[in-house]
Design a protein around this ligand. Structure first.
Ligand code: ZN
Ligand code: ZN
Ligand code: ZN
Length: 756
């Protein structure tokens, strides 16, 4: 019997062909397997009927751990007797299928790790040791099919030893495209901050020692540069903050191993699983009682972002040192993508660091570390990047049109929705300048090429002035395809509906800012979404933003606007004038502005949290996105809902003035923790009660919560309690980021919902 099979999914770059070879030989079959340019694996086998059947069964059952099979088509016929044995053929340039894709980067596997440590092994101490089961993929692939010449490994011809392993069917590096050793593979070298080479026979371990001594080193990884320092010394971290102009924004760290992570942070079983998974994301962990690393790593926060080494290089950094962890922050100039090229690194990072640890392999795709936190056992993805991208999110329904979503302005990603799969790009960043805009364009094109998709519709944000909106129109003109704007908060809710295959939902969408259908600033919304689109059911009270965008940077301006007319705050503001950059003069201007009618207003939940944070003296200046609200959450972790305020709901609005006034007038009577906790409870309960009332009225069974505020665990759990007590099913994100990193996905769903 002859069987001709085509398999789509993640079947290239994870040892699929060697696996097919093995099971074909086991079943005494002849024929071939080959990769195709559309990322499909093509297999032809001939042999006894029962063996062919068993082979096809084994294909699905015994597939390599990282393989994903989406679709299998098989045609049976008579033997043609054209083969003598089973072979892995050269890849074909055929392109007819869409939606197959290459795998994400995979962290170093146990077998490679033990070879790295084995003095008798040929790859002892080789920092880029990999095999068919591990190593970079997405970050080295320039095109398909996944063969060495289409990767940045093409610059490193295999030596005899590596080639022998590559060609030996029984070897675990059989057809591993990243196979290399210290003789033929990429090299690593240390330089001073102006690029002068420093002769050292063990540059990686020397880097570890330099870090321990208090130096700052830029380290090139698979997807970009990191800037590293010690974690037990404050001096280098404070120096790094000064030169990077990054006053408070938390730095991620890389711990030596899970035991080291446990010495300064609480690690649950689920967190440990995530930390050690092949994805190796940064996981936000609770600082433990006896946390002993520098306070400057994540100042004012109750948690710390920790990851484990993901390549041999990172493992070796810890070899000769006592440091339990190193600061390992993405090396990106403010609002720009992570640096990937050696020359660019020298130019842009030279003034920031003391040394460079370079390697000489080009980075094909820039990719930041992923960031995840767990709410109890549920993952909440903050940044979906290395280890995830470009693996798609699989939907339970399929759509006819292929839709491209270009995201919002901050934390942008792009997304291609093709049939029942959403391919979300790696993290792009804030698309406000040329570099990030170019990065978004390049990634979008790459994603379309990799998935071999032909776009029918382009979705973008409703904001007419967003860079991404302009980009969508540009692409629309080029491809001659329509562009559909999607309201920001509806995109958040649609993303939740798409992830859970729910076609009707009352959704709570809370964040800092989104452009509303009425042209106003929204951010604390209750929406009804279904096949027909969405309707705004309710929202947080509109509050003035004194000084417009300045109110986002200086939350006391929000507080002033909210409290104006309810309590006498002029004296209080004047007594806090040192919290304003221009002191008393600025306070006088603010007081005058309070009387004006034409102040811009917002329903943003983030701004109310900011205002509370300022009242409690937790944060007076936002130096990074979400800072006042994140610090409020940290302060609230040990608090109780001492005020127990009953939410005031009137004409589908949650009153927020009452909340800020109560916190203000009680600020000397209770602890900051209790007041922070009470404020978060009030907002969560108010939003949940309003959503429940509306869902009851409309007869909708599903209530969801999305937007950047959904990262806040206490707010999420409080909403959950109210919603579930009301007998509704509660939905939050598990795979897609609740924040603006999930907006591109939501946009594609919003455009497709009518056709589900
Ligand atoms: Zn391996
Ligand atoms: Zn070699
Ligand atoms: Zn948002």
């Amino acid at each position: 019997m002859r069987a001709e099979t085509k398999i789509s999914g993640i079947v290239q770059g994870i040892g699929f062909r060697p696996f097919v070879y093995r099971i074909a030989v086991e079943n005494e079959l002849v024929g071939y397997v080959r990769n195709r340019r559309d990322a499909v694996a093509e297999i032809v086998v001939e042999g006894k009927e029962d063996k062919v059947k068993r082979f096809l069964n084994d294909l699905k059952k015994k597939k390599p751990p990282l393989a994903r099979i989406y679709n299998v088509t098989t045609n049976y016929s008579e033997d043609k007797n054209e083969f003598e044995k089973f072979t892995i053929l050269k890849s074909s340039e055929n392109v007819e299928h869409s939606g197959s894709v290459i795998p994400p980067d995979v962290s170093i596997c146990e077998e490679c790790l033990s070879e790295l440590r084995d003095p008798k092994n040929e790859r002892y101490n080789y920092f880029f040791i990999t095999c068919t089961n591990c190593g970079p993929r997405y970050t080295i692939i320039k095109g398909l099919p996944y063969d060495r010449p289409n990767t940045t490994m093409q610059d490193f011809p295999m030596c005899k030893f590596c080639l022998r392993e590559y060609r030996a069917p029984s070897n675990r590096r059989f057809h591993a495209q990243t196979v290399a050793c210290s003789k033929c593979g990429p090299r690593v070298y240390l330089t001073s901050n102006d690029g002068q080479p420093m002769e050292h026979k063990d540059p990686i371990r020397e880097t570890g020692r330099l870090l321990q001594e208090g130096y700052i080193v830029a380290i090139k990884g698979n997807g970009g540069f990191h800037i590293a320092t010690a974690t037990t010394l404050s001096e280098p971290i404070s120096r790094l903050r000064k030169v990077k102009h990054r006053v408070h924004k938390p730095f991620a760290i890389m711990a030596r191993n899970i035991e080291a992570a446990r010495s300064f942070a609480e690690v649950s079983r689920e967190e440990a699983e995530l930390l050690t998974s092949y994805i190796r994301p940064i996981v936000l962990l609770l600082k433990s009682e006896d946390y002993y690393l520098s306070e400057l790593i994540s100042p004012g926060l109750h948690n710390i972002g920790v990851m484990l080494p993901s390549t041999g290089l990172h493992v070796m950094l810890f070899d000769g040192v006592r440091e339990p962890a190193f600061v390992m922050t993405s090396a990106n100039p403010p609002n720009q993508p992570i640096v990937t090229q050696n020359q660019e690194a020298l130019r842009r990072l030279g003034p920031v660091v003391d040394f460079f640890l370079f390697h000489n392999r080009t980075i094909a795709q820039r990719c930041d570390d992923s960031v995840v936190r767990l709410h109890d056992k549920n993952p909440s993805v903050i940044r979906r990047s290395r280890g995830y991208a470009p693996e798609p999110v699989c939907l339970k329904s399929s759509v006819d049109d292929c839709v491209l979503g270009v995201g919002a302005e901050l934390n942008a990603t792009s997304c291609v929705l093709l049939q029942d799969k959403a391919f979300i790009s790696q993290h792009i960043g804030d698309v406000e300048n040329l570099e990030t805009r170019e990065f978004l364009k390049e990634v979008t094109r790459h994603l379309m090429r990799l998935t071999n998709s032909k776009i029918d519709v382009i979705a973008c944000d409703l904001h007419p002035k967003f860079t991404t909106t302009r980009l969508a129109h540009e692409l629309g003109d080029q491809l001659e395809r329509p562009v559909v704007p999607v309201q920001h908060h509806y995109a958040h809710i649609a993303s939740l509906m798409g992830e859970h295959n729910v076609n009707e939902m009352v959704g709570i969408a809370c964040d800092g800012f989104g452009y509303g259908s009425d042209g106003n600033a929204w951010g604390g919304e209750i929406l009804h979404g279904n096949r027909e689109g969405f309707q705004r059911l309710g929202h947080l009270q509109e509050q003035p933003m004194i000084g417009g965008d300045l109110a986002t940077l200086y939350p006391l301006r929000m507080t002033a606007g909210i409290l104006h007319g309810t309590v006498d705050i002029e004296e209080w503001l004047l007594s806090n004038s040192n919290r304003f950059p221009h002191g008393e003069k600025e306070v006088e201007v603010v007081i005058r502005q309070l009387e004006k009618e034409s102040v811009p207003k917002t329903t943003s939940c983030g701004r109310v949290l900011d205002a509370v944070s300022a009242v409690l003296g937790i944060c007076y200046e936002r130096t990074y996105e979400g800072e006042p609200a994140m610090k409020l959450e940290s302060a609230a972790t040990k608090g109780r809902n001492i005020l127990n305020l009953e939410p005031k709901l009137a004409s589908n609005t949650v009153d927020t003035t009452i909340l800020v006034r109560e916190v203000f007038s009680q600020r000397h009577n209770h602890s900051i923790a209790d007041l922070a906790c009470s404020a978060q409870c009030y907002l969560a309960k108010g939003l949940a009660q309003l959503a429940v009332e509306e869902a009851e009225r409309l007869g909708v069974k599903a209530i969801g919560f999305s937007g950047g505020v959904a990262y806040n665990e206490q707010i999420t759990q409080t909403i959950r309690k109210t919603v579930e007590k009301g007998g509704f099913k509660f939905f939050v994100h598990g795979l897609v980021p609740p924040g603006d990193g999930g907006v591109s996905f939501g946009q594609t769903i919003a455009v497709s919902l009518s056709k589900w």
